[in-house]
Design a protein around this ligand. Structure first.
Ligand SMILES: Cc1cc2nc3c(=O)[nH]c(=O)nc-3n(C[C@H](O)[C@H](O)[C@H](O)COP(=O)(O)O)c2cc1C
Ligand SMILES: [Mn+2]
Length: 487
């Protein structure tokens, strides 16, 4: 089930009892953050919030602001048009294992299992809601008319916090869509915080080497399936639009920008069009970040807007980041669920994986494996450190398959009980997340692996690994029945 606009998604959340409307004016400076932070930290992520009258410097904005729209398991699934994100994970798994259909019957079996690759392909249209209203520089309208948040007191300014940034590889024309925050410098200029490891930064480097101006379009709102796709760790070269079309089972409709040669989703709420000049950098930040700390000022590219287009009934999408858990935890969790089949295909011994909220995505990764041979835990760690954004994983803890990695307390129990610290750890060098303030040098550092699996004689452990204390299932079943039969 696809959503025809961000407003339509908000209405679905409302009728499902997942949205609270706030009719009184609330300031985009700090106040929306404080209310949203409390909501995001309430049990299971609270509700989505629709601020109907966000104010900018005391003036009520023409556009309402919605936040925390993906900040729970249920809302994250609803964003993808699902009851549960595991449905999409099952389809990914089926697709990876599927052979190309040879008969009509095989093709029907694929369709019955929800595998709809036909709709992965986008469709081009000639007119679109996202271009109902077009503003150009020099007019009365500017970014100051959007309810853009100043999230935290020491932030360097206002930041667009939920943007999906469309760029093209100048060599191949391949599209990328990534979420990179944008600091507002003035009504028509922002920062572009694509970190060095991200795909848009690679595109930018190629424009720089070619000495060409880089066209960029930034989409706000529209179908949240696309917003999620922009955050998902897809391999470089895999088009987020294809992934979103596959996930929502409906082709994404695209239209060419008004002032840039970049296709944007027709159902977007706002589109910011413009360009990045190769070599131009400007201090960006500070910004209260995912890590729970402010990231320091650093030089980043500058985005010059050439048009702002929007729907008449546009809703401005926002999120805040800060000390976890926040809305982004649920987005990250969904990514892990959806891409687990891909990890399992590369590492058949992997049973499950979790990135607990305390680890802010990359700092802590729990993975359970079906161990068969000596040092297998290390093979899995090194493999993960070599795959895409898993390169950032600061601590990886590997446990046996009978440990539930979704339960942090169970993992800590195994970690403490099953490891000899010197024997069962390893340090490596790898790129670090740009946001990690702990390493001495930015973007590089050490990473640590813990082998908390049982140890084998072939690993030199000759004392006979003990059995875990457990009750057999028939006694558990008896106790369940016995206890429920008591008055
Ligand atoms: C709310 C939110 C904000 C983000 N902000 C940034 C950012 O400012 N810069 C950045 O490089 N990545 C940021 N990310 C992470 C990227 O969106 C993520 O790594 C994505 O997979 C990058 O896509 P790419 O591989 O196509 O570059 C953010 C993610 C979320 C959920
Ligand atoms: Mn990408």
């Amino acid at each position: 089930m696809a959503h025809s606009s961000f407003r339509a998604f908000c209405e679905k959340l409302d009728s499902a009892g997942e949205l609270t409307r706030i009719a009184k004016p609330v300031a985009t400076e700090l106040e929306i953050t404080e209310i949203s932070d409390r909501e995001m930290k309430s049990p299971a992520g609270g509700k989505a919030l629709l601020f109907e009258k966000p104010t900018v410097d005391g003036k009520v904005s023409d556009f309402p602001l919605a936040i925390n729209t993906m900040g729970s398991r249920r809302r994250m699934a609803m964003a993808l048009g699902l009851e549960n994100v595991d449905e999409l994970a099952a389809q990914m798994q089926f697709l990876l294992k599927a052979k190309p259909p040879r008969t009509l019957r095989e093709a029907i079996t694929l369709l019955r299992n929800g595998i709809d690759v036909i709709h992965a392909r986008p469709r081009h249209v000639r007119s679109a809601a996202c271009q109902e209203v077009v503003h150009k520089p020099g007019g009365a309208f500017s970014l100051h008319d959007l309810p853009i948040l100043k999230c935290w007191p020491d932030d360097g300014g206002r930041f667009v916090t939920l943007p999906t940034v469309f760029t093209k590889d100048p060599d191949t024309g391949d599209r990328n869509v990534g979420m990179y925050r944008m600091q507002v410098y003035d009504g028509w200029t922002t920062g572009m915080h694509w970190q060095v490891h991200k795909v848009a930064a690679r595109h930018g480097k190629r424009y720089y080497e070619r000495g060409e101006s880089m066209p960029v379009a930034v989409v706000l709102g529209g179908d949240p399936a696309l917003t999620f796709a922009a955050t998902a760790p897809l391999p470089d070269g895999l088009d987020e639009i294809l992934f979103a079309g596959f996930a929502r089972k409906k082709s994404v409709e695209l239209i060419k920008g008004v002032t840039v040669d970049i296709d944007v989703p027709a159902t977007a709420d706002f589109v910011l069009e413009g360009y990045v000049t190769p070599g131009e950098l400007r201090p960006e930040g500070p910004f209260g970040d995912h890590t729970g700390f402010y990231t320091n000022i650093d030089d980043y590219p500058v985005f010059h807007l050439t048009a702002i287009t929007h729907r008449r009934d546009a809703v401005y999408p926002a999120t805040i980041v800060g000390i976890p858990p926040m809305e982004d935890f649920y987005m990250g969790e969904a990514s892990v669920r959806v891409f687990l089949p891909v990890f399992k295909m590369n590492f058949p011994e992997i049973v499950d994986m979790a990135l607990p909220a305390e680890g802010v995505f990359h700092n802590l990764v729990f993975v359970s494996i079906r161990k068969q041979y000596a040092l297998q835990a290390y093979k899995v760690m090194h493999g993960l450190w070599g795959i895409g954004q898993m390169m950032f994983a600061k601590y990886i803890v590997v446990v046996d398959d009978d440990c539930d990695v979704q339960n942090t307390s169970e993992v800590l129990f195994r970690l403490c009980a099953n490891t000899d610290p010197q024997r069962d750890t390893t340090f490596i060098k790898n790129p670090s997340d740009s946001l990690d303030h702990a390493p001495t040098l930015a973007t590089m550092g050490s990473h640590m692996g813990f082998d908390a699996t049982h140890k084998l004689p072939s690993e030199g452990y000759l004392r006979g690994w003990p059995q875990l204390v457990k009750m057999p299932p028939h006694v558990k079943k008896w106790a369940d029945e016995f206890l429920s039969s008591l008055p």
